[in-house]
Design a protein around this ligand. Structure first.
Ligand SMILES: Cc1ncc(COP(=O)(O)O)c(C=O)c1O
Ligand SMILES: [Zn+2]
Length: 405
């Protein structure tokens, strides 16, 4: 493990020590990034040194915070070559502990919470982050206080209760849950591990970027499609690419980063379309993909900047399109994806039709979770008989894409 050099604000550049639990920048509320002495690490931490290491996310120990990991074997998930599209890979995060990529972030956050001696953690969650927090908190012997929308997929609620977390179901969205955590945390002595309100969930999620590079033989794909709610994975992967370049493992090449959102809650896609650097709160957010029901991402300014820097874009897909993609992946690839993950395929289809990606472009589609966690949602979706999909002229299909290319 590496000693943390300092924590750095992504807005004003303020540097803080990591010798105590930190949340956000005290000056401007900016998200904090963990910084290591990569120039020093470069001499000893080489890509070759990974050979033979345990296949989980802690194999990148030198660029992870220095503490005894609270691990359930998260990370190093399969990079499956698509059977349908020869240049596409499906990064299957559904195989993580608790069935989603949220395990990575919570493994890192709980590891650090434990090393700081924190005893009570709290988080608002759309569902999967809650399950992951509950599991890692149980493994660490720490209390978890979880606030979830009451219409969260059943698996998330049952998991949290079974792991022994304190669960509050809220008649509202994740933003209402976040408000309740903020109101109660000081009185209750909880440390808030909300998305991007502490620096270590990014460190866990960034390992997806290391894995993409390692599993593709240290070559960058042309594109990465990532279902975006709070955007931590996208932010983390971009940070990982920067670190890998500083370590000398890759050059300056970067994938085009694509954010896919649900049409019923697409604040990032809307901001992208309007050329803005921050998003507006999406009122009446509604989608079957619970993890994408995030009306305003705290790190929206980071996500939009990354999309721009990478030459990527944000787009939205309808619930019908993502459920169609979910069934298609299951039947054609044998991958039972979460609705959020299936949005990646729906987005890829649109970007192939529009010509943004060609058949020879290597594109990694993130399936961020397992469909097994959504049996109630998927089964209910089946009952609603969808009208027969009529083939549409290409221009109308392209019209569904939000954002300039
Ligand atoms: C399966 C799944 N995919 C994607 C997301 C969105 O993740 P993020 O908030 O990191 O953008 C979530 C969030 O809950 C999720 O559960
Ligand atoms: Zn700041």
């Amino acid at each position: 493990m590496a000693p943390i050099a300092y924590l750095e604000c992504t807005k004003c550049g303020t540097q803080l020590t990591a010798d105590q639990p930190r949340t956000i920048c005290p000056k401007d509320g900016g998200v904090l990034y963990v910084r290591y002495d990569l120039a020093k690490l470069k001499t000893s931490f080489t890509a070759a040194s990974l050979f033979g290491r345990t296949p989980n996310m802690w194999r990148y120990a030198e660029v992870m915070p220095e503490a005894e990991p609270v691990t359930l074997g998260e990370g190093f998930t399969p990079m499956l070559p698509s059977r349908e599209y020869p240049s596409v890979y499906i990064k299957d995060e559904g195989l993580n502990p608790t069935g989603s990529f949220k395990a990575r972030g919570m493994s890192a956050a709980v590891t650090m919470a434990k090393s700081y001696g924190l005893k009570k953690l709290a988080a608002p969650s759309a569902g999967n982050a809650a399950s992951a927090l509950a599991a890692y908190a149980a493994a660490a012997g720490i209390e978890a206080h979880i606030f979830m929308p009451q219409d969260v997929p059943m698996a998330n609620r049952v998991e949290c209760e079974t792991y022994g977390a304190q669960v509050t179901l809220v008649d509202g969205l994740i933003s209402d849950c976040a408000r309740l955590v903020a109101e109660q945390k000081d009185k209750e002595g909880w440390f808030d591990v909300s998305t991007l309100k502490e620096p270590f969930r990014i460190e866990g999620k960034k390992t997806m970027g290391y894995e993409v590079a390692e599993q593709l033989g240290w070559r960058m794909p042309q594109g990465i499609i990532y279902p975006t709610g709070g955007g931590v994975g996208l932010i983390g992967m971009w940070k990982a690419f920067d670190e890998m370049q500083q370590l000398g493992w890759i050059g300056s090449e970067r994938p085009q980063m694509i954010s896919v959102q649900a049409a019923g809650c697409a604040p990032i896609a809307k901001a992208w379309d309007e050329g803005k650097t921050a998003s507006e709160f999406c009122a009446n957010a509604s989608t079957l993909a619970a993890g994408l029901r995030v009306p305003k991402a705290y790190g929206d300014y980071l996500i939009l900047d990354i999309l721009k820097q990478s030459g990527g874009l944000a787009l939205s897909v309808t619930d019908e399109e993502l459920m169609d993609a979910l069934k298609h992946w299951a039947r054609v690839e044998g991958v039972f994806a979460a609705p959020e993950g299936a949005a990646s395929l729906a987005a890829y289809r649109k970007l192939r039709i529009s010509g943004f990606f060609s058949s020879s472009d290597t594109v990694v589609l993130f399936n961020t979770g397992s469909g097994l966690k959504y049996l109630d949602v998927i089964d209910a979706g089946k009952e609603k008989k969808q009208p027969e999909r009529q083939p549409q002229p290409a221009s109308r299909q392209i019209g569904g894409i939000i954002g300039p290319y």
